[in-house]
Design a protein around this ligand. Structure first.
Ligand code: PMP
Ligand code: GLU
Length: 398
């Protein structure tokens, strides 16, 4: 008998991970799938960071339970990073290191939401925000940006969405899935809307900070007195190609940092000791490998932009950061081939997986049912092959 909780039944499986699993399954059966579904750097973790971990193992000093909120020297280095790179002042006790930024964000929702509390989610949003809010028994309120305004929800839209029940606002910049980057003036307009609501926590997910092709990265926490109620989320997965090491962190108002610490003290304990030493090496080490990776992503962005523009019916914007394109593909809805009817973008993604052997993720998972997400964290060769196959398969639909 299925006795699952309403809580777990209320959320879907992570669409990004599900699509990656499907692609993996097909690969195991011998099908050559090109996976553009998961937001996962195709680079190796830089050598000096690997060495940091190896040294930590060899020292035999890091085998015991680490502090729940992270080693003090790592938290101090993160505090300095926030000051140096973002002009944010979070002391070491306002930092909590977690098992990836995913857990960092989940901790915050678990810490601040009561049943029925609303969270304004700038949409398109990263797939897990809504599920995490639901798990914490909150209510996501989606504020939608469209391709016309570069997928950036406006301050006015946010103002309209705010109610007495609003407890938090969350967004990512650079944004997953759209690659949009909020400018200082856009952030200032959002800050202005929030300035009199001291009871609203702003969750600013900046995990793609180091993959930004345009203007200098800006943190909303630097505007006015907003830092007092801003949680700045960051991590090592993207900028340092460390997805598997699972290290993310927050800088937060002390009451939230303490609660996040309490939360993970009961749930997971601290983040893996060796991974933390690798993360410390990353923060203290040379940035050239990161800069090189960002340069490669920028070159791929130009390549993919040109290839996507050759696909009839794809409406494409130019992302300013991260490593995703989020084309509007509504042109293909309602088309079919033999017995396969494409009613939704999910149908389209399944068709492309089966026919073109390319895995992508439906925009529905990110709050936009007319779009799909393409991760270009893949080699130029794979990107070129994959998109020419996608084009061929789409041409068969009528
Ligand atoms: N935020 C955003 C916007 C993301 O794309 C991701 C995906 N990795 C995360 C948070 C979580 O990252 P991780 O748990 O790997 O640190
Ligand atoms: N953040 C990545 C993505 O959006 C990794 C997958 C995940 O953590 O859901 O694809």
């Amino acid at each position: 008998m299925n006795q699952l909780s309403n809580r777990i039944n209320s959320i879907p499986e992570s669409a990004t991970l599900a699509m990656a699993a499907k692609a993996r399954e097909m690969k195991e059966k011998g099908v050559e799938v090109i996976s553009l579904s998961l937001g996962e750097p195709d680079f190796k973790t830089p050598k000096h960071i690997q060495d940091g971990a190896i040294d930590a193992i060899k020292s035999e000093d890091f085998f015991a339970y680490p502090p729940v909120n992270g080693y003090l020297d790592l938290r101090k280095a993160i505090s300095e990073k926030f000051k140096r790179d973002n002009n944010l002042e979070y002391s070491a006790d306002q930092i909590v290191v977690s098992n990836g930024a995913k857990q960092s964000i989940a901790n915050v929702f678990m810490a601040i939401l009561n049943p029925g509390d609303e969270v304004v989610v700038l949409t398109p949003y990263w797939v897990s925000y809504s599920a995490m809010i639901l798990l914490a028994e909150g209510q996501p309120v989606f504020v939608r940006g469209t391709i016309e305004n570069d997928f950036k929800a406006t301050a006015d839209q946010i103002k309209e969405a705010i109610t007495e029940k609003t407890k938090a606002v969350i967004f990512s910049s650079p944004c997953n899935p759209t690659g949009s980057v909020f400018t200082k003036s856009e952030l200032t307009a959002i800050a202005d809307v929030l300035k009199d609501r001291k009871d609203i926590t702003i969750i600013s997910d900046e995990i793609y900070e180091l993959i930004n092709f345009g203007e200098k990265h800006e943190s909303i926490g630097t505007i006015g007195d907003l830092q007092e109620r801003t949680v700045t989320v960051n991590g090592f997965s993207k900028g340092f190609a460390m997805t598997g090491w699972r290290v993310g962190y927050i800088g937060a108002p002390l009451w939230i940092a303490k609660a996040a610490n309490k939360m993970q003290g009961q749930y997971t304990s601290g983040n893996c000791s060796i991974a933390q030493r690798a993360a410390l090496t990353a923060l203290n080490g040379p940035m050239e490998p990161t800069i090189k990776m960002a340069q490669a992503y920028e070159n791929r962005r130009s390549l993919v932009y040109d290839l996507l523009n050759e696909i009839p019916g794809f409406e494409v914007n130019m992302p300013q950061g991260a490593f995703y394109f989020f084309p509007n593909v509504k042109h293909y809805l309602g088309k079919s081939i033999n017995d396969t009817k494409i009613d939704t973008v999910n149908d389209l993604c399944m068709y492309l997986l089966e026919d073109a052997h390319v895995s992508l993720v439906t925009g529905e998972a990110f709050g936009d049912p007319e779009c799909l997400r393409i991760s270009y964290a893949a080699s130029e060769e794979d990107l070129t092959t994959a998109l020419s196959k996608v084009k061929e398969s789409l041409a068969k639909l009528s």
